[in-house]
Ligand binder design. Structure first.
Ligand code: AMP
Length: 374
């Protein structure tokens, strides 16, 4: 296995992903209501059969650690397709060399349970409504190994690393791309591979990752990929915090302070809805929330506070993601932000600090759409 990664200047990410693959492969539990595919040819066989039978495929790519946000994508796919393919693959090339791929949560058994429960629910609701309206079902889980996804060269996260990559510029260099230079190259590359393996009628992405939706739409358009890109609203906790696989690392204290990202975006949205159009007015409202909370946290003791850093707060054009000085009310805009939640400095006995005891830094991203005004 390690001979395969020879020649990569920094192979820690690639190697840990291969190890994770090996452990996962040994443990894969086989579900009852859908098939699990580890390789492309058998999945293609199923796809051809479905095509011959005039069935439609909605594809939902994920990195696993499934939550209600992912499930909402699958529910929408079930309303619009006869068959749903879900991929579960933690893609190494979208993690930078300094980002910790190994700490990404991997929860195969509970993911499969959630998908089986959803299939049962879809069947039950269909039977109960009795209206004849058919809901689609999850037919296939695609859980490839890294070797399947990167069959020739090992997956490189280096900026100038070798490999076959899809780059979508300048979109990929903005916002998230500013602090994560290989992220969207990795995302576009893995999505191109997944789309080629599944040839779906429709693909489903969450609004939660707004830049990803813009990059994927651009890729589909520029490469003439024959699929329809569907965007699904962000699923939030009752407080407003956007669901994310990484939230398991937050714990109670950081979860409460992490909500600042949503509160800041809401303040900016309110400014826009109240008639403000300038960047200074709209983003000023967001900044005032983050500055206030940060000052409050600094004033607390180490056992009480949760510090964070604002990576960016942006007001951008919805198509080009170019930063805006003014919002054109006929076009609207995208408000987005990233906060880096620092590890807790000191914890209290019995405190719920989340997975990793509050030591894992968590980067939160969120966004709100400023809709055009009539
Ligand atoms: P991930 O597993 O984090 O790569 O996410 C897989 C898909 O789920 C992406 O299209 C995400 O945008 C989407 N997603 C993640 N969190 C949410 C959420 N809270 N609401 C809606 N979609 C989400």
């Amino acid at each position: 296995m390690f001979r395969w990664v020879k020649g990569v200047r920094s192979f820690s990410s690639a190697a840990s992903s291969l190890l994770a693959d090996a452990t996962t492969a040994a443990k894969l539990r086989q579900p009852a209501s859908f098939q699990v595919f580890r390789d492309v040819p058998p999945l293609r066989q199923l796809r051809r059969k479905l095509l011959k039978n005039d069935r439609t495929v909605g594809f939902v790519p994920t990195m696993g650690a499934l939550h209600e946000g992912h499930i909402s994508l699958i529910r929408q796919a079930a309303r619009e397709n006869t068959d749903i393919f879900v991929s579960i693959f933690v893609n190494p090339t979208q993690f930078g060399v300094n980002e910790d791929l190994s700490s990404y949560p991997r929860t195969w058994d509970s993911d499969v349970e959630k998908l089986e429960a959803l299939n049962e629910e879809l069947a039950r609701v269909e039977a109960e409504t009795g209206s004849g309206a058919k809901a689609g079902r999850i037919t296939a889980i695609f859980a490839p190994t890294s070797k399947v996804m990167y069959p020739t060269l090992p997956p490189s996260s280096e900026i100038d690393g070798d490999g076959s990559f899809v780059t979508i510029t300048p979109l990929s260099t903005k916002l998230e791309g500013g602090s994560r230079p290989v992220f969207f190259r990795g995302v576009a590359t893995v999505c191109m591979k997944l789309f080629n393996a599944t040839t779906p009628d429709r693909v489903y992405f969450g609004q939660k990752d707004v830049q990803q939706t813009v990059v994927i739409k651009r890729m589909v358009q520029d490469f003439h990929i024959g699929t329809e890109v569907r965007i699904v609203n962000t699923t939030r906790e009752p407080t407003g915090l956007a669901l994310s696989s990484r939230n398991v690392y937050l714990g109670e204290r950081r979860r409460a302070v992490g909500l600042t990202i949503y509160r800041a975006l809401k303040a900016a949205e309110e400014a826009y809805l109240a008639g403000k159009t300038s960047r200074a007015d709209i983003l000023g409202a967001a900044r005032s929330v983050t500055d206030t909370v940060l000052a409050e946290q600094h004033a607390l003791s180490k056992t009480e506070r949760s510090l964070f850093e604002v990576d960016y707060i942006s007001l951008a054009d919805p198509d080009s993601l170019e930063e805006l000085d003014f919002v054109d009310a006929a076009k609207g805009g995208v408000l987005s932000a990233a906060l880096k939640m620092a590890p807790l400095e000191e914890t209290k006995p019995g405190e719920d600090c989340g997975l990793g005891d509050g030591k894992v830094p968590v980067r939160l991203i969120d966004n709100l759409i400023l809709h055009p005004k009539a």
